[in-house]
Design a protein around this ligand. Structure first.
Ligand code: ZN
Length: 276
């Protein structure tokens, strides 16, 4: 059967003599594995369409689990994401996270548009540490593990201050924080960003300026959350961790479970430009 879909290449691996197998994230068919014959050959007209991060219009024959590319047209190459050091590291992480967090053949229109917006935001030079954290929240939403942030997960109390407990499922109030001694104490600005990210459409993400300490906390929160609920062991993460200096917040070899960073009251974040 011949299919025609829009897709983003989230994985591309060598296959046999000169071929590649790409994994496309598509709006209507989720992940699709497609063999691209001759993709590695110099004169291949499909070579560019098989590159990681490419957004294109793909048509392929599929009778079994793997399809075979029939034709392809690049709609946006996202070439910038394959250049330099940081761009590829961030974009590869987003692609691998997507690949691992969703199942084949699962309708993925929401995530498709969010990934495309994530790649676009990275190309536009928006702060990758904000773009990626917001995208992580989108993946978590799509996987069905949205944290509860507006009330205590244990007793439903709506007044803070809260601590953030990945194990308990989100916010824990003062009376319930004993339920997780490792629950994280977060800056107000980090709570605001987390609450902003849950409903945020990444296509509407503006330029938000966030303090370094808030970025560290955000990184830690999302990491702990994903470790607790998605348990993905991502290859691209190691390099990204070096780039983002993950672990600085933990204070070296001793893992402090409750980092406390006090700072002034941050401004109200919104989806547009602003400072947090
Ligand atoms: Zn409570």
């Amino acid at each position: 059967m011949l299919y025609r879909v829009e897709g983003i290449v989230i994985r591309s691996v060598d296959y046999g003599e000169g071929n590649k197998i790409i994994t496309l994230l598509t709006p209507s068919f989720g992940k699709q594995g497609i063999v691209v014959r001759g993709a590695k050959k110099l004169k291949s007209r499909f070579g560019a369409t098989a590159q990681l991060f490419t957004y294109g219009d793909y048509s392929y024959y599929k009778n079994s689990s793997l399809g075979t590319l029939n034709s392809a047209e690049i709609l946006e190459s996202f070439r910038e994401l394959r250049e330099g050091l940081e761009g590829p590291a961030y974009a590869a992480y987003a692609a691998e996270l997507t690949d691992r967090a969703i199942n084949d053949d699962e309708a993925a229109a929401y995530l498709f548009h969010q990934l495309k917006a994530c790649q676009t935001a990275l190309v536009e030079g928006k702060d990758p540490q904000i773009v990626l954290r917001a995208y992580e929240m989108k993946v978590v939403n799509a996987a069905g593990y949205t944290p509860m942030l507006d009330e205590c997960v244990s007793c439903g109390r709506e007044e803070g201050p809260f601590r953030f407990s990945p194990l308990a499922g989100g916010a824990l109030c003062g009376s319930c924080r004993y339920r997780d001694s490792a629950a994280l104490e977060l800056e107000d600005g980090v709570w605001k960003l987390l609450r902003l990210f849950v409903p945020l459409d990444l296509r509407r993400l503006g330029n938000i300026t966030v303090r370094e300490s808030s970025k560290r906390q955000l990184q830690l929160v999302m990491r702990r959350w994903m470790d607790a609920h998605l348990a993905l062991n991502l290859k691209s993460r190691q390099f990204l961790d070096q780039l983002e200096k993950y672990g600085e917040l933990l204070g070296g070899p001793t893992d402090r479970p409750r980092p406390t960073i006090h700072a002034q009251e941050p401004a109200e974040p919104d989806a547009g430009d602003g400072t947090v």
